[in-house]
Write a protein that binds this ligand. Structure first.
Ligand code: 8YV
Length: 317
């Protein structure tokens, strides 16, 4: 088994009697493509991250490979169709990260609306000299309208949190979600209606050909000028140049972003120069508990497939 990042030894231990486990020893530095190719060449199982492109070239060079386990629920970095052609099982990490990612989505929404990061910098930069009625005044969250684009597991978990704030919930999804409508009072709308009506627009949608840059100039133009845009899905669902423009011209009020078109994003990127943007380095599922569960699930999937059993969480194209 090859693992493309350093993960805790105690998570590997239960598998070491059955498998020869090798890993890229650097936790934060990505594995170079040539090392990935060389290490996977002889591997039966691969545990990989979003930042690695897992494609046909790799499959062709790795005749023993039986399973690719992505440490993420999203798997837009993997050519699943090609994997299927090579009889390679692809797995992801659904469910275990749902609540953690929704927590972060809400943290980002609240930090953006109430200008938490700006306020923190304000004190630490020694700017707090006085009291003024509208000092760092943000936007209310309670009783507002949230529009969730992508009502999957994480979208529903975001909606559950919104009910605690007395928010009205709009959602847009490929299919209707009767349970969310009944239990959470969520209302299905068209994409355009959601953009027009919501105070908070939250992207939780998987990246596919249909969702690529759905948040573009036209979409931002439909939003209220008080709208706050939150992205916890994939950077490429957004046209970042259009977002920068919408924020600079105050066409929308603010944005909270956990994901970017290019990751890691540079501190020189125009988005980083804007006060009305809160940015995070793609940490949606990054709680210690959840990352441990994700790694355990990946290893369990790999172990099952190599042993000829069915994977717990396989994906299909
Ligand atoms: C990943 C994510 O864990 O699950 C996803 O799709 O985006 C995150 O939870 C992170 O990108 C590390 O691969």
């Amino acid at each position: 088994i090859y693992i493309t990042r350093k993960v805790p030894e105690d998570l590997i231990k239960p598998h070491e009697d059955k498998f020869d486990v090798r890993m890229w020893e650097k936790a934060e530095e990505p594995v170079p493509r040539e090392v990935l190719m060389e290490e996977t060449r002889l591997a039966d199982g691969l545990l990989c991250m979003l930042s690695e492109k897992i494609d046909e070239e790799l499959f062709l060079a790795s005749p023993n490979l039986k399973v690719v386990s992505n440490l993420a629920v999203g798997y837009d970095n993997i050519d699943v169709e090609a994997a299927q052609e090579h009889q390679i099982v692809v797995t992801n990490t659904p469910d275990v990260l749902t609540e953690t990612t929704a927590d972060l989505g809400f943290a980002l929404l609240m930090a953006t609306a109430r200008r938490v990061v700006e306020a923190n910098d304000y004190i630490k930069n020694n700017k707090w000299k006085n009291w003024a009625p509208y000092l760092l005044a943000g936007a209310d969250i309670h009783h507002k309208t949230i529009g969730i684009v992508g009502m999957g597991r994480i979208g529903e978990a975001v909606a559950r949190r919104a009910t605690g704030f007395g928010m009205s919930i709009l959602y847009h999804n490929r299919t209707r979600k009767p349970d969310a409508e009944r239990e959470l009072g969520a209302t299905y709308t068209s994409f355009d209606e959601l953009l027009t009506e919501a105070d908070f627009i939250v992207s939780v949608v998987p990246l596919t050909d249909e969702t690529h840059k759905i948040f573009n100039e036209e979409a931002f133009a439909k939003m209220k000028d008080s709208a706050i845009f939150i992205n916890i899905s994939r950077g490429a669902t957004v046209d970042e140049a259009a977002l920068v423009q919408a924020l600079q011209t105050k066409q929308i009020q603010a944005a909270g972003l956990d994901v970017f078109e290019q990751e890691p994003i540079s501190a020189e990127h125009p988005l980083m120069k804007l006060d009305n943007v809160v940015c995070l380095p793609h940490i949606g599922s990054a709680s210690t508990e959840t990352r441990t569960e994700m790694i355990e699930l990946c290893l369990d999937n790999i172990s099952r497939v190599i042993n000829g059993e069915v994977a717990k969480t396989p994906v299909s194209s």
